[in-house]
Each structure stands twice: as structure tokens, then as C-alpha cells.
Design a protein around this ligand. Structure first.
Ligand code: MG
Length: 191
């Protein structure tokens, strides 16, 4: 039953061009949750709740933020159907305008790619001492920068700049994994 619902959700996303994490990326993310003993999660970019529902099945508590009302509504319904309302709270908001005081073991950034650095810098204070910040789509579907529209080219450049920001960060040590669509894992450096 549970497996079926998740499968249908994935099918729906693919048919309707809803960006969801791919299978390999999801598996990697769930493995990180287990190995880092993650109990609490802040997710930026709910979409239809696909990743949140999968993460909640590992007995985690999640706050997830979505700025698109249509997506937000679908996420609410999907979470209800999964009986995960106790685990997942969806907030309809523009993440950069959201004030949040709680701290989390994992911050998962999977929203507007052009804003990744802003999300990272805004929400790092919400990370527990030994927590991790994970960002999805750093390969951005492996698009060739010379074969895309101008808008997409700007986006690819922003993602490259974000990677440089991670590589040159004094506060966080980051590894970028070539799994899924490219996933970074950042941890606070030891003082
Ligand atoms: Mg994504």
C-alpha cells in the first residue's frame, strides 16, 4: 500500500513535469539520514511532497517549505493520504522570507537553483552542531552550457558559482557527490 502510493506519486510527477529527486539521489539521501542518525529535517522546496514522504518513512520529523500554492496543496493532500501528518509540516511561504527558530539535523535544499547560496547562508543557523546541509541538482541534468537557452545558461553559471562558494567556505566542509543529479553534503568544520 505504502509502496504503491509512493510509486503512483512518482509516476504523477514524471507525467506532469514536477521536479522530483531521482531514484539514485533519493537512495543516497535516505542513506545519509540513516548514517547521520537524522531525526529532524528542514526541507526547502516541497514540490508535491515526494522526498518529504520518503524521508518521513524513516521516522523523521520534517518541516518543509513551498512557495507555489498549487504544489503546496498537492503536498498537503499527499501527506494526508500517506498518514504522515504527524511527521511532516508543510509551510506555504517564500523560504527567504521565512523566520524559523528551530534547529535541525538535516537541511535539504531542493528549491530555486539560482538562490542556493542565499538559502544556504540563511538557514545555516538552523543547523544543529553536527548536522548536515544537503543540496540537490548540482549537476543540473548534465546540460551542456553551450547548448542551452540564455536563461538556462545563467542558471548553470549560478550553480557553478554556488559550487565555488562551497569549495571556498571557511565554515563548512563540503563533498559533492556525482550521484543522482549531483548532491552536496556540507558539515561544519571543526574549530
Ligand atoms: Mg531536485
Amino acid at each position: 500500500m505504502k509502496k504503491n502510493f509512493i510509486y503512483n506519486l512518482k509516476e504523477y510527477a514524471i507525467k506532469n513535469d514536477v521536479p522530483i529527486i531521482n531514484d539514485e539521489g533519493l537512495e543516497f539521501l535516505l542513506e545519509l539520514i540513516k548514517t547521520h542518525n537524522v531525526k529532524t529535517i528542514l526541507e526547502i522546496g516541497t514540490a508535491i511532497g515526494y522526498s518529504a514522504i520518503n524521508m518521513a518513512h524513516l521516522d523523521t520529523k520534517i518541516i518543509t517549505v513551498e512557495r507555489d500554492y498549487f504544489m503546496y496543496e498537492q503536498a498537503i493532500n499527499n501527506i494526508k493520504e500517506s498518514n504522515l501528518e504527524e511527521n511532516i509540516k508543510v509551510i506555504y511561504a517564500e523560504a527567504l522570507e521565512l523566520e524559523i527558530t528551530e534547529k535541525f539535523d538535516l537541511i535539504f535544499i531542493d528549491a530555486a537553483k539560482a538562490q542556493y547560496q542565499k538559502f544556504f547562508e540563511k538557514f545555516k543557523i538552523n543547523l544543529n552542531e553536527n548536522g548536515i546541509i544537503v543540496c540537490d541538482n548540482l549537476n543540473f541534468h548534465n546540460l551542456n552550457i553551450n547548448e542551452v537557452s540564455r536563461g538556462t545558461r545563467q542558471l548553470l553559471k549560478k550553480i557553478e558559482r554556488f559550487k565555488e562558494f562551497l569549495e571556498n567556505n571557511d565554515e563548512f566542509a563540503t563533498t559533492i557527490y556525482n550521484v543522482g543529479d549531483g548532491i552536496s553534503v556540507s558539515k561544519r568544520r571543526m574549530k
